[in-house]
Design a binder for this molecule. Structure first.
Ligand SMILES: Nc1ncnc2c1ncn2[C@@H]1O[C@H](COP(=O)(O)OP(=O)(O)OP(=O)(O)O)[C@@H](O)[C@H]1O
Ligand SMILES: [Mg+2]
Length: 647
């Protein structure tokens, strides 16, 4: 089974493993072992390393509908509710104990100093103050630890489930979505959430709770003064906050789109770096990148400006509140309605009431970003695979290999059919060649057989089973595909050849190498089968890549083989060599060969001529020549071409 090869064209996914390549043997000096002076440290680290057990992974094509529903902040924390509850408790303790100061000062002034009750009270208060500080510090430390762990766990789960979901999605998703944008889901979106969970949420809770605690303390100190102060401050503060919320939501939407575009542009130009250089596009690309970076900067500017209005604005409100308090509270002290200690406590608390607002602004930004990221991730999770596995899907039993196109119509955009009402029966064990002009729909028909897409109308049956009614795993296990542009992963040749059967023995790998005529190539490589292939097989010629893809298909022993121009990049000598291999490979198997070279097509039992998404002729080479139709015309053109070349 080699369906994965080359078809996931979002090349970003081939970019891992670069370090593996760098660390591989032959890439530099040999590994000389760990220096003795470092060995003790290494041993200690290893001893502390917890036993993670064997890595396990569950994967099914159907996915988990609950995952989307759970993707809310509450849902994420709820999954680790013990940590969440511990964090909430610690936040509450910290918020209360940290507000003891002004209250103690009030008692100190009113009871300790003015009434001359002496040092005892003041010392006691100082002791309590110290204890409160100690409790606050301990609570904060514990809370940071707990939220750190919570964030790390949630992120870990989320990364794995996003990756799993990406493995599940249909090819159309990767066609529509830029790989750089998908990368942002895994990078900045998840990091935003991590920041939020690790720090932001707890801080937000601390600030909000602090404001509540202070309000309660103020009310217990003096109801009238509290009411007056709040009436002066709260309405303006509420209005400003509502405005800020709406404006920063808009701003952070723009920031999120901005960074996605920056990464999208970056990843595309990295993948296309050879084309860029060959076409002298560097200057244009810089301008284009400067534009997307500029948009990102503008979005950041916008949010900075909003913050610059809201932050100092609320501070000003705080000062005005203090002025009012001084006038009204001072008057009350003069009329003996309020003690001096209480007025000072009021002052200190009001200050503290406004201080968190500054922090709240910063935390609110984190909150906004985290929420926006959650929405993006939720949208990603809500994207369903375009070739979903039916709930009642059955295992496809070992197949004989009869493939039937039953009035199949298909379009990548359903409104624009690319395949039109194709009715075709490929018999068990038969080799069928698809020929036709470029863009006729040959590769598309191959993709329908492997169920990379579902027909818009009609059905495709293998041995009488509708592809939509069997599990994807059991289907693809029995199909071998060599795509038009094979994809290689960073890793050794052996790893790439045994991609569909990781458990293959060395002997099996070598047999596959021999069978497709790859042995010479492997021999030329510095480390034979252990030679490291660079990402996307950049270090190999395209003919070599095709041979590796053929070996990959050979090794998997599929019942049905689909070769899309699998020999198009080979020279004639290699092609003749491979022909013998193909004969073995195709023996007793159903095979679909897509071929531009008529020499390849001629060998097939039947040739299917595809034009404009329709099957226009079917028959053996001789039958089609005798018919004098489109194939005969193609053949005549080809013969004339080779004759004139020979002349
Ligand atoms: N992922 C896609 N999204 C939208 N349209 C597509 C996609 N892939 C192919 N097409 C269109 O579908 C049509 C058929 O493409 P297909 O790849 O099947 O042609 P082909 O016969 O294999 O051509 P070639 O001989 O050049 O490989 C073309 O017009 C092409 O532009
Ligand atoms: Mg094609």
């Amino acid at each position: 089974m080699s369906f994965g090869g080359g078809t996931v064209s979002g090349g970003a996914f081939g970019r891992t493993g670069g370090s593996r390549a760098a660390a591989a043997p032959g890439g530099g000096l040999p590994f000389a072992g760990i220096p003795s002076e470092l060995q003790a440290g290494v041993d200690q680290l290893l001893a502390e390393e917890p036993d993670h057990g064997e890595p396990t992974a569950r994967f099914n094509h159907r996915g988990d509908d609950d995952a989307t529903a759970r993707l809310t902040l509450r849902g994420l924390i709820f999954r680790h509710w013990r940590l969440g509850a511990a964090a909430a408790l610690l936040v509450t303790i910290g918020s209360i104990t940290s507000q003891a100061g002004p209250e103690l000062i009030k008692i100190g002034i009113d009871h300790g100093m003015s009434r001359n009750q002496g040092l005892g009270v003041i010392l006691l208060l100082a002791g309590v103050f110290l204890a409160a500080i100690a409790v606050t510090a301990l609570a904060q430390r514990a809370q940071a630890k707990v939220t750190g762990r919570l964030a790390a766990r949630v992120m870990n789960d989320l990364r794995v489930s996003v990756f799993t979901h990406l493995q599940r999605l249909g090819l159309d998703f990767y066609t529509d979505e830029k790989s750089g944008v998908i990368m942002t889901r895994m990078t900045s979106d998840i990091e935003n959430l991590q920041t939020l969970l690790q720090d932001g949420l707890a801080q937000l809770a601390v600030q909000a709770l602090t404001m509540v605690v202070i309000t309660v303390v103020l009310f217990t100190t003096d109801v009238k003064l509290t009411l007056i102060t709040l009436a002066l401050v709260v309405p303006a503060l509420t209005l400003a906050s509502l405005w800020f919320r709406a404006a920063s939501e808009r701003g952070y939407d723009r920031v999120r789109d901005g960074i996605a575009n920056v990464l999208g542009d970056l990843s595309e130009s990295l993948h296309g770096v050879r084309t860029v250089a060959a076409n002298n596009r560097q200057r244009y690309n810089i301008i284009q990148h400067r534009n997307v970076v500029g948009d990102y900067r503008a979005a950041n500017n916008y949010t900075a400006q909003i913050n610059a209005i809201y932050g100092p604005g609320t501070q000003l409100l705080g000062y005005l509140g203090q002025g009012a308090l001084l006038a009204i509270g001072g008057n009350m002290v003069l009329h003996h309605e309020l003690s001096v200690g209480a007025l000072i406590a009021f002052f200190l608390y009001l200050n503290r009431f406004f201080a968190p607002i500054q922090l709240l602004v910063a935390q609110y930004n984190t909150f906004q970003q985290g929420q926006a990221s959650l929405v993006k991730l939720r949208t990603l999770f809500a994207t369903r695979p375009s070739t979903p596995e039916a709930t009642a899907a059955s295992e496809l039993p070992p197949i004989q290999g009869e493939i039937v196109f039953d009035h199949v119509t298909f379009g990548y955009d359903p409104a624009v059919p690319v395949i039109r009402d194709v009715d075709l029966r490929i018999r068990t064990g038969e080799t069928v060649a698809f020929v036709g002009q470029t863009g006729a729909g040959k590769s598309t028909m191959a993709k329908l057989i492997t169920r990379f897409y579902d027909p818009t109308e009609g059905r495709i049956l293998i041995d009488g089973h509708d592809l939509r009614e069997v599990t994807l795993h059991s289907l693809r296990r029995q199909l071998g595909v060599v795509p038009q542009e094979p994809f290689l992963f960073a890793g050794s040749l052996r790893y790439n050849i045994a991609f569909a059967c990781p458990d293959a023995t060395d002997e099996e790998v070598r047999e596959a190498v021999r069978a497709v005529g790859l042995a010479d190539v492997v021999q030329r490589m510095p480390d034979g089968l252990d030679t490291v292939v660079h990402e996307r097989g950049q270090s190999l010629s395209s003919g070599e890549r095709q041979l590796i893809a053929l070996a990959r298909a050979f090794l998997a022993h599929p019942r049905v083989l689909v070769l899309d121009e699998a020999t198009s990049n080979l020279d004639l000598l290699s092609e003749t060599k491979i022909e013998a291999a193909l004969d073995i490979l195709l023996e007793a198997r159903t095979a679909v060969l897509i071929a531009h070279r008529l020499t390849t097509a001629m060998k097939a039992d039947r040739i299917v001529v595809v034009a404009d998404g329709r099957v226009v002729e079917i028959g053996s080479h001789d039958q089609l020549l005798a018919r004098g139709g489109r194939y005969a015309e193609m053949y005549a053109t080809w013969i004339r071409g080779t004759e004139s070349a020979a002349a």
